[in-house]
Design a protein around this ligand. Structure first.
Ligand code: GDP
Ligand code: MG
Length: 716
């Protein structure tokens, strides 16, 4: 009948006075042994329990608030956990003082040791009228939680059950505290150096070591130094520069920032898990949070702030945008003057300046957008905004944080893709990126203005609004579809770290803004340049030679003669010449590869009501959506066309049915934003996801436009 006895070791940790010893006594009864930890005068109490075929050795660790290396107790507790690797650590938490007590729990969590939280003092919590959502907290911390009342011996049996469950079915769920982009970047850097230099990490987790090095943990520094010899120099150098970098932009030592990060995690978790926050002593952050994350006020405040952000970005951005546009116009004019008429000039002016310039022109908006986002992030508000939107976003299978990039998408999809980075979970991030294109960006607006103005002049505003609305509905629908298919998986609850509010530093904001802007510009300079040239080639070759349908040059000469003989004024000449040049441009485009592709693909688009010109315009929209307008202009031989051009509107009105006009707007809304967007998409999510984005948005655009046209046709 001899049953195998399994021997396990558990350690009890916790803040002083959390009831550790009481719980220890409850568990072990009188079978205790008191000694010292080897080499130090810290008392070590051990005991043994027999339970359900287990022989459980229990060690009462010294009481600590933290696991830094500031006191002997902390070092002893930490080393015991790391070196002796107990099967389970029970953290006794004074649950009437969660915010402070959970600080240790977070650090135990970071040590990646199997953890059970004993929420002791449950009687005091009950009396105070607070209610804690234990299940939710348990999920957020990735550890079982058992409520106990040590002084009355309640909960010991549940604790034992939890221990047995933890050792028999170890299910690892790693929860990580994120310390914000800046710190995370430095952690990555240090981790990379540790790996590259093959620094021994003993039994520690490598990320944990990197964090400890940033915190300047004496113990770990000594250990690593001893273990790695001369190779340590490289590590020391990297850590040093990381600390300098962080200190200079965050104006606090990394140690403080990291501690703030842990408290931010706790705050975020508690804000979700407390059913009823205690009134009484609130600090400033908590008072502000009362208003900003209020169930009722939170959303209107958020909407107001976003509205202000857009006002700021687009009102202020108009000016530098105008200057840059003017600059490029001047540059084009200059090149037109010094470079002979011909291919080189066309490449420089139409291809490169047209393409790269179009992207650069948006830079002021992007800088301002990044600037405001950095202010909102660094002040701590962004985390609250995400918290407020969380409930709504969960309904479509996303997280509150997704809302921020989606809002940015109304401005420009490129920074929106980059903004999706705040989502740590890859699936959440990808779904957010894949639906972002439906948040109609600023560059699409000129297209809507042109088409709505041409076909529905009386109700243009409402028509444009309907397009935006369809975009939002499509985003919601596709989020659910993607969640149910390619990115399936329950969206796990995870903690929204709520850092304390702080006045952002100018330097920090400028660095954030610059880093993101630079990424954008770099793309304009390289890949987008290449694509612009490719587009130019498509729209230029093959060239028509002199075989125009009419003798255009002869016509211009005729007008020049009339001008010289005084029959017409110079203005009239220029006007007539422009009309003829417009016609020539139209024929050149028709003859070009793009024109041919348009006609070749026309059958594919016929069921949507599109003709080949619309196909060509759609292709040009790949470069940038606003280009659709000027391409339409060229195709209808109207020079200098913009969204307000009446002659272009008339031409469109005469050529297409309003249903087709509407359908074209719909198509423009739905297919992926532009080449700059795709370049960034690839960088953020990889080639496969970029191809998926291109494929599924095109398909969706086609199917939706098909349905609208085919169904609409029945009624007209
Ligand atoms: P330690 O410093 O963590 O070892 O804490 P102790 O076990 O010495 O407990 C500190 C005090 O808290 C003692 O007076 C205990 O009787 C009391 N205590 C322990 N658990 C509870 C509990 O669940 N509720 C209440 N009200 N008091 C408790
Ligand atoms: Mg004690």
């Amino acid at each position: 009948m001899a049953k195998e006895i399994k021997e396990i070791t558990i350690a009890i940790s916790g803040n002083p006075n959390s009831g550790k010893t009481t719980i220890f006594n409850n568990l072990t009864g009188l079978r205790q042994h008191v000694g010292n930890y080897p080499g130090v005068t810290v008392e070590k109490k051990t005991g043994v329990i027999k339970y359900k075929g287990y022989r459980i050795n229990v060690v009462d660790l010294p009481g600590t608030y933290s696991l830094t290396a500031y006191s002997l107790e902390e070092i002893v507790a930490r080393n015991f956990i790391v070196n002796e690797k107990p099967d389970v650590v029970i953290d006794v938490v004074d649950s009437s003082n969660l915010e402070r007590n959970l600080y240790l729990a977070v650090q135990l969590m970071e040590l990646n040791t199997p953890l059970i939280l004993a929420f002791n003092m449950a009687d005091i919590v009950k009396k105070s009228g607070k209610k804690i959502d234990i299940n939710l907290l348990s999920e957020l911390f990735g550890a079982p939680i058992v409520e106990t009342v040590g002084s009355r011996g309640l909960g010991s049996d549940k604790l034992l059950e939890a221990i047995v469950r933890a050792v028999s079915s170890r299910k690892e769920k790693k929860v990580e505290v994120k310390y914000g982009e800046e710190v995370e970047n430095e952690i990555d850097r240090i981790t990379l150096v540790l790996k590259k230099q093959k620094i021994p990490t003993f039994k520690f987790d490598i990320r944990w070591i990197a964090v400890k090095l940033l915190e300047q943990d004496r113990e770990i520094i000594d250990k690593i130094k001893k273990g790695s010899g001369s190779k340590y120099l490289k590590v020391e150098e990297t850590v040093g520069s990381s600390i300098d970098h962080l200190t200079s932009i965050l104006r606090d030592s990394p140690e403080v920032i990291i501690a703030d990060g842990r408290y931010g995690f706790i705050k975020g978790a508690l804000l979700e898990a407390y059913k009823e926050v205690d009134s009484g002593k609130l600090d400033v952050s908590e008072k502000i949070d009362r208003v900003l994350t209020n169930r009722i006020l939170g959303i209107p405040i958020f909407v107001l702030i976003i509205w202000l952000m857009f006002q700021f970005v687009f009102t202020l951005g108009k000016y530098p945008m105008g200057w840059i546009e003017l600059g490029f116009e001047k540059l084009s004019a200059l090149i037109t003057e010094i470079v002979q008429q011909g291919l080189i000039r066309s490449l420089l002016v139409d291809g490169i300046i047209g393409g790269v310039g179009g992207v650069i022109t948006f830079t002021p908006n992007i800088i301002l957008l990044f600037f405001t986002i950095a202010v909102l992030e660094d002040s701590g508000y962004m985390a609250r905004a995400a918290f407020v939107m969380d409930r709504i976003m969960h309904k479509i299978g996303l997280h509150g944080k997704s809302f921020i990039p989606l809002i940015i998408g109304f401005g420009c999809t490129v920074p929106a893709y980059m903004g999706s980075r705040i989502l740590e979970n890859r699936k959440d991030r990808l779904v957010t990126m894949h639906i972002n294109t439906f948040m109609s960006c600023g560059a699409r607006l000129p297209v809507y203005i042109l088409f709505a103005g041409a076909f529905f002049p009386a109700i243009a505003g409402n028509v444009i609004f309907s397009i935006y609305l369809i975009g939002v509905l499509m985003a919601v629908t596709m989020a659910r579809v993607l969640r149910a298919t390619r990115f399936r998986g329950e969206s796990e609850p995870f903690v929204m770290e709520l850092p304390p509010y702080r006045i952002p530093t100018l330097k920090g904001i400028l660095i954030h803004t610059w880093e993101r802007t630079w990424m954008y510009i770099k793309k304009a300079g390289t890949v987008i340049l290449a694509i612009s040239i490719l587009m130019w080639i498509l729209f230029t070759f093959p060239m028509i030679g002199n075989n125009y349908s009419q003798n255009y040059n002869g016509q211009i000469e005729k007008f020049e003669q009339s001008y010289r003989s005084g029959e017409i004024t110079e203005d009239e000449l220029n006007e007539k010449a422009a009309v003829i040049e417009g016609k020539m441009a139209g024929e050149r485009l028709t003859y070009s590869a793009a024109g041919r592709i348009g006609r070749f693909l026309e059958p594919v688009f016929r069921p949507l009501g599109f003709d080949w010109k619309m196909v060509v315009a759609t292709i040009s929209g790949i470069a940038a959506k606003e280009v659709v307008v000027s391409t339409m202009g060229t195709l209808y031989s109207i020079q200098e066309a913009d969204g307000q051009s009446d002659s272009l509107k008339t031409a469109l009105y005469n050529h297409y049915h309003p249903l087709v006009g509407y359908n074209f707007m719909l198509f423009t809304l739905l297919y992926f934003p532009c080449m700059a967007g795709m370049v960034i998409f690839r960088k953020e999510a990889g080639t496969k996801e970029m191809l998926f984005q291109i494929g599924y948005t095109f398909l969706l655009a086609w199917v939706m436009s098909f349905l609208v046209f085919q169904i609409g046709r029945l009624f007209i």
